[in-house]
Design a protein around this ligand. Structure first.
Ligand SMILES: O=C(O)CCC(=O)C(=O)O
Ligand SMILES: [Fe+2]
Length: 374
């Protein structure tokens, strides 16, 4: 990130704070398609999509060299069951039953990947039906459980990914998931964890995404305030049950082809249908949220120290340049400032934290003030 972009970004957030009361974001009529990696920089993405919080689709050229695209897919564009069985057959994977509703999601069970693939093959043979229902392999942490080496390359646009950085720093978990399943599998209406943004690559097959900008979900609530489960169900459009429906614009519809990467901005609710198979994707209580912020904050403070002592130059170290480091520190400070004044957070006993949130906030502010001139 360059200095001009950081200044631009910071004034963007200041402007946003001044006009917070309406949280319904703008809804572009269509989703931009980014064709060429060479002519699309991090700054282009940051200014054009990440900051304005609007989705975009990156062409398959952006994921050209990925090992998963090479090995997991046959030359005819179908999932390579043999390869998957040989390399991951024993892995125990979570599987949701798309045909059964449990609150606003689906019940999950666990099974070895080889059993899921047996099910999948039978499902295809029986003309896309099974007595076992429509099963969807969801949220498989392949990178956590196996080596992710060569499977994918982190696109530069998503290099400041706090959630994964947090889990990687703790070496416990991650928010990198694989989804795979036959035509007809789908994910019910939801927004991603902590209203985070995410990105998603289709390794094989096609996916249909229905995307609602932040705030639109309010118009989709039923009389009891509940959010929808399936916005494509005909009964959903019964406006007696959904009094605000007339205020809802139709969702943005995106068909994601094999190899393409979708940016799902922060707070956008979505529902996803597999038209034809498989994808890889990346995506607590207050206490855990504070721990998460603290880990990222401490890592950025360390980088800031290196910048101060001249040890870190642009693009070095973690790959985050000085401008990104300062920008992140500013954002973390803002988030933390809103956390510490939250009445629910104030009820959490902070004495057991190794660093009090107020002290961390002060450290961040001090570093920001000292770095003003960088
Ligand atoms: O592909 C799916 O079924 C769901 C994906 C999703 O919700 C996401 O990546 O955030
Ligand atoms: Fe999602």
């Amino acid at each position: 990130m360059d200095r001009e972009t950081r200044t631009f970004a910071e004034s963007h957030f200041k402007r946003l704070q001044r006009c917070l009361p309406s949280n319904v974001g703008p809804s572009p009529g269509r989703v931009d398609f980014i064709e060429k990696p060479d002519s699309f920089s991090y700054t282009d993405f940051f200014r054009g999509y990440l900051l304005p919080n609007v989705p975009c689709v990156f062409s398959s050229a952006f994921t050209e060299g990925w090992g998963s695209r090479k090995h997991w897919v046959t030359s005819s564009g179908k999932p390579n069951f043999d390869y998957l069985l040989q390399n991951y057959g024993d892995a125990v994977v979570p599987v949701a039953n798309c045909g059964v509703r449990e609150f606003n999601s689906n019940p999950k069970e666990h099974m070895p990947l080889r059993d899921y693939i047996t099910y999948w093959k039978e499902f295809i043979q029986r003309d896309y039906s099974s007595l076992r229902g429509c099963l969807y392999l969801k949220d498989w942490h392949v990178c956590r459980d196996f080596s992710a080496k060569g499977l994918f390359t982190l696109p530069v646009y998503f290099s400041s990914d706090w959630l994964n950085e947090y889990w990687d720093a703790l070496d416990v978990d991650d928010y990198r998931f694989i989804y795979m399943g036959p035509t007809g599998t789908w994910s019910p209406f939801h927004a991603d964890i902590f209203r985070s943004f995410s990105w998603s690559v289709n390794i094989c097959g096609r996916k249909k995404w229905l995307l609602f900008p932040p705030g639109q979900e309010e118009a989709l609530r039923d009389c009891r305030g509940g959010l929808p489960y399936d916005v494509t169900a005909p009964e959903f459009w019964d406006s007696h049950q959904h009094p605000m429906l007339e205020h809802c614009n139709p969702p943005l519809e995106v068909t994601q082809e094999a190899g393409e990467m979708l940016f799902v901005p922060s707070g956008w609710h979505h529902q996803v249908h597999n038209l034809v198979i498989m994808k890889s994707c990346s995506g607590i209580n207050f206490e855990e949220f504070y721990c998460f912020l603290k880990v990222i904050a401490e890592r950025r403070l360390l980088l800031a120290k290196k910048i101060g002592s001249g040890e870190l130059e642009c693009g070095e170290g973690s790959g985050l340049g000085p401008q990104q480091v300062i920008f992140d520190i500013g954002r973390i400070a803002e988030v933390l400032a809103s956390v510490v004044v939250n009445p629910d957070f104030q009820r959490v006993g902070t004495s057991m934290f190794s660093l009090r949130p107020e002290d961390l906030l002060q450290q961040l502010k001090d570093v920001l003030a000292a770095m003003e001139s960088v």
